[in-house]
Design a protein around this ligand. Structure first.
Ligand code: IPE
Ligand code: IPE
Ligand code: MG
Length: 267
């Protein structure tokens, strides 16, 4: 049997174990380990980032086929600017390159793409590509891909706090009217239900400033696999593990199909 056939068989075997009624609608991923993957192979870190793009394509397809509705990936954090300029520049170029090459296919697949984060420091060419990609795909409602770029969870919370403070100062809202629902509606993810599942690759067990508000009750799955080696089989393993969890939301009973607080922002 050739390698492709073996992988296909593995996928089918794992797919059988998946309860189609309990597929998470929203999966968030911290795609980590690109640099280590390349270094281990004696290559420059950029090779890991390049390989990581192909993995994202595979996981996007796999999650859509499985019946997920939203995939949110961490592509560049507010802290990643502290990396050597060469690496930062490479990543910024890679975002432009990927958008240019992949946007038609993304659109054909009826996927909506959105960028989440403060895009101001990015070059004008990238900002234009992002704007075009978002407007081209804005009516696609089969699947949503959120790309978090120059994103930080704390910065997002501070942004919301500032907006609410200024509305309160101008008398538009009373401090007593500030609640979770209002806060939620001003987040960069407003209108999107919180992720049921967070996957982090490369074995690191931390959140690294990702979706601090939204992950309040997400199930966390740590994969030891480095992102460039991650694939559909590893993704299905994460889904199967997620389906075995008891989600109690602070209560006593397991409520697998409920969302955190079941707010109107969760479907
Ligand atoms: C994740 O891989 C990609 C980005 C942060 C852009 P890393 O580049 O963090 O790879 P490691 O963690 O150093 O191996
Ligand atoms: C988180 O990974 C950011 C992205 C995957 C884009 P990092 O590699 O930057 O996080 P730390 O430094 O290990 O916490
Ligand atoms: Mg890392």
């Amino acid at each position: 049997m050739n390698l492709e056939k073996i992988i296909d068989k593995k996928n089918t075997d794992l797919s059988k174990k998946i309860d189609k009624q309990k597929v998470p609608e929203h999966v968030a991923i911290i795609m980590d380990g690109n640099g280590r993957w390349a270094t281990k192979k004696g290559l420059a870190r950029s090779f890991g980032h390049n390989k990581g793009v192909n993995v994202l394509k595979e996981i996007l397809k796999a999650s859509k086929n499985l019946g997920c509705k939203v995939l949110t990936v961490y592509a560049f954090s507010t802290e990643n600017w502290t990396r050597p300029t060469k690496e930062v520049d490479f990543l910024i170029n890679l975002f432009s390159e990927v958008l240019e090459k992949q946007i038609d296919e993304i659109h054909q697949e009826s996927i909506r793409i959105k960028f989440i984060g403060d895009l101001t420091p990015f070059p004008a060419t990238l900002k234009k590509l992002i704007q075009n990609a978002e407007s081209l795909t804005k009516n696609n409602n089969t699947f949503l891909l959120n790309v978090c770029a120059n994103y930080g969870g704390r910065q997002e919370i501070v942004k919301v706090a500032k907006e609410i403070a200024s509305k309160s100062l101008s008398g538009e809202i009373k401090p007593s009217e500030v609640n979770e629902e209002l806060f939620n509606s001003k987040l960069l993810t407003s209108g999107i239900k919180d992720p049921e599942l967070l996957i982090r690759t490369s074995g690191e067990k931390r959140i690294s400033n990702f979706l601090l508000w939204q992950l309040a009750y997400s199930e966390i799955y740590i994969s030891e696999v480095l992102w460039p080696d991650f694939n559909e089989v590893e993704f299905l393993k994460a889904i199967i593990d997620y389906q075995s969890r008891n989600r109690r939301f602070g209560g006593i009973e397991s409520l697998p199909n409920k969302s955190f607080k079941d707010s109107k922002y969760s479907s």
